[in-house]
Design a protein around this ligand. Structure first.
Ligand code: NAP
Length: 441
């Protein structure tokens, strides 16, 4: 008897779960179903292109994908090629690992003007995600504003402030490399609605700003308190104290020596995007923090800029047939359990927080649920599993992309890269399929 499990989504949460399932028992078959022809989710489409070391975890996921109890079905979309209900009919267990791909919206007047982007779109664009390759943000600007004080805001600010990006070892697609290289941007503003001790930057990432050779990070020293408030929990306080130290070190560098500036601005919240058709500036309101929350003071000021990116967090998208928690932007679940046979891991389960490996405990929780629900193998064995899926995809003429197909795409990406870039990504789904189906001579 074999337990059949389908995982929807091939990002870190999906792969950590596949790996945990393989270790959990031998009599198990794990099929990973992915909307794009390419695997690895945020590793490929979210982690910054100049953070290649972080992307190395894909090698571990590749080993998981290559075991014979795992199969990859890329270019297969649940809700389009087959329904969730059909998938549940075919598998003993279905695990949602589809992340939180949608932007939390910047709901202020003017947010729909040209030149205003959400971070999912902007990050997707510079990472060559097929959904966003045509975004073409105008980087021909002197000043850019990034809203938010998390690591995504920091990634965006850093990439805009790096003049050496074209010469560095990144997997930026050619269009993004060219746009960033040619961008005349001199000032990048990162706005936090609360104070420096409340910023969600992790310290390694913040310290990276001190290593940039052509841009300087700046902060008003009068905002840097001696230490983070004592009422913070220990872990948060340790991080905040480190971040305050790092920001103090910003002031040790001489601004005159740098071509670009990254301004870390605090206690300011966006109230309006200015301009006619295209953004020409942003109106910010001064805030004060009351009971941990940013509250507007009524005092406003304008910052001229030609680009605004809102990096204010992500949300999962609703899934037909399942409840959806509007407030948290997740599918409601009890520690990963939606019901018997249906589970969730990663950002769709707990919201967009943590680093890549934070999905590992989610995988362990799901194993506990599966063990509880199916450990005695009662009722297992009657589902069609992989055989059923393959038949259905064939009957419907779906061009599923296997892991071997993906490896062939990846070989081509490596082969066409120009040193020092590690790869030149395919960014268009049709191009990927054409490459795979082109007759070999
Ligand atoms: P995040 O860490 O939750 O940060 C969101 C930021 O947006 C916060 O500063 C938040 O302020 C602010 N914000 C939310 N709503 C706002 C509004 N209406 N107006 C103004 N500001 C607003 O989210 P993220 O940066 O998207 O990152 C998501 C997760 O991915 C995080 O866990 C992050 O660490 C992780 N990540 C890690 C790396 C890395 O390790 N290198 C890289 C990228 C992302 P408040 O704090 O006041 O709510």
């Amino acid at each position: 008897m074999t337990l059949s499990v389908a995982i929807i989504g091939s990002g870190p949460a999906g792969f950590y779960t596949a790996d945990a399932l393989l270790k959990y028992r031998d009599d198990i078959e794990v099929d990973i179903i992915e909307r794009l022809p390419t695997p690895y989710g945020l590793i490929r489409g979210g982690v910054a292109p100049d953070h290649q070391t972080t992307k190395k975890v894909a090698k571990k996921f590749e080993r998981t994908a290559l075991t014979d109890r795992v199969a990859f079905y890329g270019n297969v979309e649940i809700g389009k090629d087959l329904t969730l209900a059909e998938l549940r009919d075919m598998y003993d267990a279905v695990i949602l690992a589809v992340g939180a791909p949608a932007d939390r919206k910047l709901s202020i007047p003017g947010a729909d003007k040209k030149g205003v982007h959400g971070s999912a779109a902007f990050v997707g664009w510079y990472n060559g995600h097929p959904d966003f390759q045509e975004l073409e943000p105008d980087l021909n600007v002197d000043a850019a504003v990034v809203i938010g004080n998390g690591n995504v805001a920091l990634d965006i600010g850093r990439l805009l402030a790096r003049s050496d990006i074209g010469r560095s070892k990144t997997d930026l697609p050619e269009y993004a490399r060219a746009a960033m290289d040619e961008s005349p941007v001199k000032d990048v503003y990162l706005f936090g609605r609360r104070g420096p001790a409340d910023a969600k930057f992790t310290n390694v990432e913040l310290r990276e700003m001190l290593g940039l050779t052509e841009s300087i990070s700046m902060v008003d020293p009068s905002l840097l308190v001696d230490s983070a408030p004592d009422d913070m929990d220990d872990r948060a306080k340790r991080l905040a104290d480190k971040n305050l130290d790092t920001m103090r070190a910003f002031a040790q560098r001489d601004p005159a020596k740098f071509e670009k500036r990254v301004h870390f601005e605090f206690y300011a919240s966006p109230v309006e995007i200015l301009g006619d058709d295209h953004v020409t500036g942003i109106r910010m309101e001064r805030t004060q923090v009351v009971d941990g929350r940013a509250v507007g003071t009524g005092e406003t000021f304008d910052v001229p800029c030609g680009l605004v990116v809102a990096a204010i967090g992500y949300r999962a998208e609703p899934i037909e047939g399942l409840p959806y928690d509007e407030k948290l932007g997740i599918i409601p679940n009890d520690r990963g359990r939606i019901d018997r046979g249906m589970y969730a891991v990663g950002w769709i389960k707990r919201g967009p927080s943590g680093v890549i490996s934070s999905s590992r405990p989610d995988a362990a929780q799901v194993i506990d649920h599966i063990s509880e629900d199916f450990g005695d193998l009662k009722g297992v064995g009657s589902k069609s599993g992989r055989t059923g899926l393959e038949k259905l995809l064939k009957d419907r003429g779906v061009r599923a992309v296997s892991f071997a197909d993906w490896q062939s795409l990846e070989d081509a990406e490596h082969a066409r890269a120009t040193h020092p870039a590690p790869r030149q990504k395919f960014t268009d789904v049709d191009d990927m399929i054409d490459h795979l189906d082109r007759p070999t001579s």
